[in-house]
Design a protein around this ligand. Structure first.
Ligand SMILES: C[S@@+](CC[C@H](N)C(=O)[O-])C[C@H]1O[C@@H](n2cnc3c(N)ncnc32)[C@H](O)[C@@H]1O
Length: 434
């Protein structure tokens, strides 16, 4: 077993375990004590079956900050130095003239900032590097001294760890895909960090066919493409799908003609992964042949706050081209119906074991996990909460297709008030409906 100190981000803690489990399941990573991960602490010593698994995990995780190959774990500095004396190879293997090194200090669980320079000096006085030159900017070997505190006001750490940096997670992706610099965004473009976490929960793998039925500006399929999936989407709003009209950026006016969903993919060099954006109503499942199969579906259906759910109304004209849908009459799309349609679509079009992952708005007073949408062919894998306001949150629900649906089997959704989500959010005098 390989002992590794895994340090998690302290944000989106409710997504931590599901993201970790999804990546391990997707990449067949075995961790002996996976159950020790919780949401109260932020670092854990995990025992991996092999070294490659650690690298595979880091290659996908958004919520792991970094991982350290653990050499020594102690309850005091005295014990730490004693143990390092007994294991000289920990330092000697790297104390060579042509391999520079850096020592970083990191404390977790303490309120008051600690003097890291003082800690590093103290360590290097006790544990000497005689040959390796120090290099702080791009060292060949990067060591970590980590203190873990039980309580924010404690004077002494509960544990001290020392080891060599294995690598970092993929949190740099949230910076790379930041919305400020993205070519085309809309009012409801998904936050990049959450959209990458969603791609992990949906287990997008290279070569997968990934579909977003409510594609908007493509915020959910960009991460899927970054992870090697081939992506496509449907969007009912012509203006959104073709990046027309007024920009969502303050004071910019009309959108520039260079803005488009494709331009977003070009920006991140994944345009070869974008198959198609179809202007279509995703509630019309008949557009898919019975042979159509997706590996993954990701979605953020509109909850009616900044964007309304709409569906087309049947009329006499049958020529379903782009212009047609642009001017076709539309009506409000009940939220409960939209979520049922989405789960039915997933049961119908996903490959066996395929995943669907979608955001589901919740009125906190009404929330009860038994009321979430269910489908006999779909198993709920994870349910993570992102708080939104005092009264509301949204949950990222991820399901796996466990079998083909039998005729007439449909999604069930109990009356949770999700259809009144918007009313509940904006009205103080309509409380009785919420
Ligand atoms: C919350 S936004 C999705 C935002 C998207 N994830 C992004 O990052 O840009 C929901 C989108 O669904 C679209 N929509 C609403 N009803 C639809 C329908 N019946 N079929 C397809 N798209 C629909 C809306 O026009 C809107 O662009």
């Amino acid at each position: 077993m390989v002992p590794v100190l895994v340090v998690f981000s302290q944000s989106h803690v409710d997504f931590r375990i599901p993201e970790f489990e999804a990546i391990c399941s997707m990449l067949s990573i075995r961790v002996k004590n996976m159950n020790s991960i919780n949401t109260e602490n932020h670092m854990f010593v995990l025992h991996f079956e092999n070294r490659l698994d650690v690298t595979k995990l880091l290659s996908r995780s958004i919520l792991i900050k970094f991982a350290i190959s653990l050499s020594v774990e102690a309850q005091s500095y005295e014990q730490l130095f004693h143990e390092l004396k007994n294991k000289p190879e920990v330092i000697e293997n790297y104390d060579v003239p042509d391999e520079s090194f850096a020592l970083r200090f990191f404390a977790i669980g303490r309120k008051k900032k600690l003097d890291s320079i003082e800690r590093i000096k103290m360590f290097l006085e006790a544990v000497q590097f005689n040959h390796a030159p120090i290099c702080l900017i791009s060292p060949v070997n990067e060591f970590y001294l980590v203190e873990e505190y039980d309580h924010p006001t404690d004077e002494n750490p509960r544990k001290i760890f020392f080891g060599k940096l294995w690598g970092e997670g993929r949190s740099e992706l949230k910076t790379k895909y930041n919305l400020r610099e993205r070519c085309y965004i809309g009012n409801t473009t998904m936050d990049p960090e959450l959209s990458f976490i969603q791609a992990n929960l949906a287990m997008v793998q290279p070569g997968n066919l990934v579909f977003d039925p409510f594609v908007g500006t493509g915020g959910l399929i960009l991460p899927a493409a970054e992870f090697g999936g081939y992506v496509m989407g449907t969007e009912i709003n012509y203006q959104t799908a073709r990046a027309k009209g007024r920009s969502s950026r303050q004071g910019v006016g009309e959108r520039h003609e260079s803005e488009s969903i494709r331009a977003n993919f070009e920006q991140y060099y994944t345009e070869d992964k974008l198959l198609s954006i179809v202007i279509a109503d995703s509630s019309k499942h008949a557009i898919w042949s019975s042979n159509a199969k997706f590996d993954v579906i990701v979605a953020d259906p509109p909850y009616g706050v900044r964007e309304k759910a709409r569906k087309t109304v049947k009329n006499k004209k049958s020529d379903a081209n782009e212009d047609y849908i642009q001017y076709q009459q539309k009506e409000d799309y009940d939220l409960e119906a939209a979520f049922c349609d989405l789960l039915n679509l997933a049961a119908m079009t996903l490959v066996m074991n395929g995943r669907v992952s979608f955001w589901y708005p919740v009125i906190l007073e009404k929330y009860c996990s038994e009321n979430l949408p269910t489908h006999p062919a779909m198993e709920l894998l994870s349910n993570c909460e992102q708080p939104l306001t005092r009264k509301t949150s949204r949950r990222l629900l991820s399901y796996r297709k466990v079998r083909e649906p039998i005729a007439n089997e449909e999604c069930e959704i109990r009356k949770t008030g999700v259809s009144h989500y918007r009313d509940c959010l904006f009205s103080s005098n309509k409380k009785e409906n919420c």
